[in-house]
Each structure stands twice: as structure tokens, then as C-alpha cells.
Design a protein around this ligand. Sequence first.
Ligand SMILES: CC(C)(COP(=O)(O)OP(=O)(O)OC[C@H]1O[C@@H](n2cnc3c(N)ncnc32)[C@H](O)[C@@H]1OP(=O)(O)O)[C@@H](O)C(=O)NCCC(=O)NCCS
Length: 223
Amino acid sequence: MNYSDLPPLVTSADGRFRVVNSTLAMAKALENIQRVSFPDLSDADLMLEPHFASHIRIFPDGQHVVVDTQTNQIAASSSDIMLELDFNHYQHRFFPAVGEGYFTTHDPKAHWLYGADIGVLPEYRSLGLSSLLYKARQELVVRLGLHGHYAGAMPKGYGAVRHEMPIEAYLHEVIRNERFDPVISIQLKRGYRIYGVIPDYLDDPSCANYGVVIIWRNPNLPW
Ligand SMILES: CC(C)(COP(=O)(O)OP(=O)(O)OC[C@H]1O[C@@H](n2cnc3c(N)ncnc32)[C@H](O)[C@@H]1OP(=O)(O)O)[C@@H](O)C(=O)NCCC(=O)NCCS
């Protein structure tokens, strides 16, 4: 199938890349993006082809890919569900929160969109593709009238320096732009703000198992 025939949600300035909703035919490609995007993540926390097929069945609007219209390749993807956010009890573990990867915890009555993953194939990084996906997700939040988008982001630069400083000091340096984190710095640039830190969020040494709760609020709501 020519994926460029699918209705575009967001398009890059030069027209080469398009964000579209994922289809079942893409489930294997989504597994591949997941495997190369999270090489240090434990197998128990990885989402594979049957998980992605389940996401598309349960909440198709929340599943996005970036198509390279020159090659018809799926270059990047992101997966979301609707999940309530309790600001006083935001500690959680990743895999149970997302129904052991199958998105059975998706709650259509929830007020928040929860980011379960985002991955860009290595050869397509730094071309602005994650930014296209964040835009599509934020547009979904606005379209559905939700309060915002949140996630447990992986501070992937922290694992290498975890013996030198606590996570809070690391994040302060990232916020002040004194240090670049390959995940958190990009999310801050796209309008997300850090709300809290979750130890033991998942099993991945690159982020010392931490999740960082990041929030983007719907600007159309009277905060
Ligand atoms: C994190 C990830 C999704 C980013 O995707 P991407 O498409 O490469 O990101 P983009 O091109 O949209 O944005 C990169 C931004 O970082 C900036 N950047 C990159 N390296 C930088 C550096 N060393 N110092 C400062 N800024 C830097 C770029 O300039 C760009 O910002 P700009 O568009 O404002 O100029 C991608 O690296 C990835 O798939 N990683 C593996 C999976 C992962 O960790 N996912 C997140 C889990 S929570």
C-alpha cells in the first residue's frame, strides 16, 4: 500500500514527511521501530506486533506514524491512550499503566492523553520527525477537548552520570539548558514541563529506571 494515500494529519514544511494514523498493516514496522528505539529496555517492557495491533483496535486516533513520502517507509511512530492524571498520586509503573502493553487500560472518559512511546528510526533522527508527532498529539488533545498530554519520559542521558548527581540535580541542569538530555531537552523545547520524578518506572539502565512526568496543557482551556 502507498501510505501517502492516507489522510495527512501534519506535514513537514518541505512536504516530504507526513503524520498519519497507524494501520494494522504497519504493526510489524512499529515493532521494528520499538526494538531499535529502545535497545536497553527490558524485554518485559517492550511492545511488539500484537501490542501495536491491539492499540490500533482500541484507540486508533491515538496511534501515529511518520511516512517518508519519497520511499513509503514508516520512519517514526508514537502511541497514546486516554488515561486519568491524578496530580497527587502520579507514581506508577509503565507497563501496568498501559495494560501490559495492550492498552486495555484506555479510558475514553479520561481527561488526559498519556504518551506510551515515541521512536524515530536512527537514520531519520534530527530531521524534526518527533516534533511532527508531538504536534499531531497536541492537535488530538485540542480536538478531543482534553486537559493535556502527559507521559513518563525516559531521561536517557541520566544513566551515564547517575553516580555523579541525583536525578533532581540532573534535571535542573537540563531545565537551565546547561546539559542536553536526548529525550527531555527535546520535550521541553516542544512545550512540555516537568511535573515530577518516578523511580522504578521501568527497567532500562540508560535512564537508571527513572520516568520523568512531563505535561503539556491544552492552551484553549482556562488554566
Ligand atoms: C528522542 C527522539 C524521539 C527524538 O526524535 P527526533 O526526530 O530526532 O527529534 P527532532 O528532530 O524532532 O528534534 C531534535 C531537537 O533536538 C535538538 N538537538 C539535537 N541534538 C542536540 C544537542 N546535542 N544539543 C542541543 N540540541 C540538540 C535539535 O536541534 C532539535 O531541536 P530544534 O528542532 O528545535 O532545532 C529520538 O531520538 C528517538 O527515537 N530516540 C529513541 C527513543 C526514545 O528515547 N524515545 C523517547 C522515550 S520517552
